[in-house]
Write a protein that binds this ligand. Structure first.
Ligand SMILES: O=C(O)CCC(=O)C(=O)O
Length: 319
């Protein structure tokens, strides 16, 4: 019960807070987590530059997390699994269907949380000590890994899917996502794009001024829910869009409060996995979908330490 109150309180605070106050609120929350759990915090690490990039630019490369053989093994797991016509497992995801069918009539084939967590190597990659160290330094406290998703995006659609093929922002609380391409991604295969520094208020004000846009466009850049129109992105941020291309295995971290999107694939499908880290759990759909038996079955894949228990408490039930 106390946990539910804490989570609801933190969610409410960030929902109600002004954009300008969220960095300070995130700092305070990080301090509180560190104070409550000093024994699981990391000391100094060598990952400062990567975390600093994530803080300043909103994105950072993390290097290879999976070997060629591990990628093949992970992809093989998804080959025979059914999926939803959405990109993530959520209440509204609908019924499960074969991926080959979804490729014909849907933008996406998103795998259920149980299928994703059962995939070899993804849970381990999301717990890679380098990633966790960067996430911790960036967040200011040990991360909470609250979701891992994986989905196919398919070419061949006249219209874009609204989410995530337009430019959304995720929540105002400090968080980041680890993206791992499981197929080769070039311009044809629907790369991920981020508007660099679009989390930063001074950068946005400066971009509005430089491009001759009045401050009245400000609210349109922070939609309470939804997407920023392409005209605004093109008009204000054309020189700030970073496109991530790379072979299967390429991994990068993104502060997805930055404007970001998936470019719709032109001729080749893309398989991606995404792990989400925050200072408190969000999107509890995944936890609920997993259920206690699956959560318990995952425990043997990770070290049973206080730090690992804390980071993975949304997804894993250690005995
Ligand atoms: O598929 C993509 O590249 C974008 C996904 C996305 O927007 C997200 O996970 O927040």
């Amino acid at each position: 019960m106390e946990r539910a109150i804490y989570e609801a309180f933190v969610e409410t605070v960030f929902r109600e807070a002004r954009i300008e106050d969220c960095a300070r609120l995130s700092d305070l929350l990080a301090t509180a987590v560190r104070r409550a759990l000093p024994e699981i915090c990391l000391g100094e690490t060598d990952d400062g530059a990567v975390a600093d990039d994530l803080t300043a630019q909103g994105t950072a490369r993390v290097g290879d997390l999976l070997t060629h053989d591990q990628i093949k093994q992970t992809c093989r797991h998804f080959e025979t699994r059914d999926a939803f016509a959405e990109h993530v497992d959520a209440d509204e995801a609908g019924t499960l269907r074969p991926v080959a069918d979804l490729a014909r009539d849907s933008h996406f084939a998103g795998f259920p949380a149980t299928t994703v967590l059962a995939a070899p190597n993804l849970l381990e990659a999301a717990n890679d000590p380098r990633v966790l160290a960067v996430a911790e330094r960036y967040l200011g406290c040990p991360p909470t890994l609250f979701q891992i998703s994986a989905w196919w995006s398919f070419p061949g659609h006249a219209r874009r899917a609204r989410y995530p093929q337009t430019f959304p922002r995720d929540g105002k609380y400090r968080h980041c996502k680890l993206f791992i391409y499981l197929t080769n991604v070039d311009d044809e295969a629907g790369p991920h794009e981020v508007v660099i520094r679009s989390h930063d208020i001074d950068t946005i004000k400066d971009a509005l001024r430089r491009t001759g846009h009045a401050e009245r466009h400000w609210p349109a850049l922070f939609p309470a829910a939804g997407y920023v129109r392409d005209q605004i992105i093109d008009g204000v941020f054309a020189d700030r869009i970073k496109r991530f291309l790379g072979p299967a295995g390429s991994s990068f971290l993104v502060n997805t409060f930055c404007l970001h999107r998936a470019v719709p694939p032109k001729s080749r499908p893309r398989l991606i996995a995404v792990a989400s880290y925050g200072m408190f759990p969000q999107f509890r759909d995944a936890r609920i979908a997993l259920g206690p038996a699956v959560r318990a079955s995952l425990a043997s894949r990770l070290p049973d330490t206080p730090r690992s228990r804390f980071i993975n408490r949304e997804l894993i039930e250690f005995s």
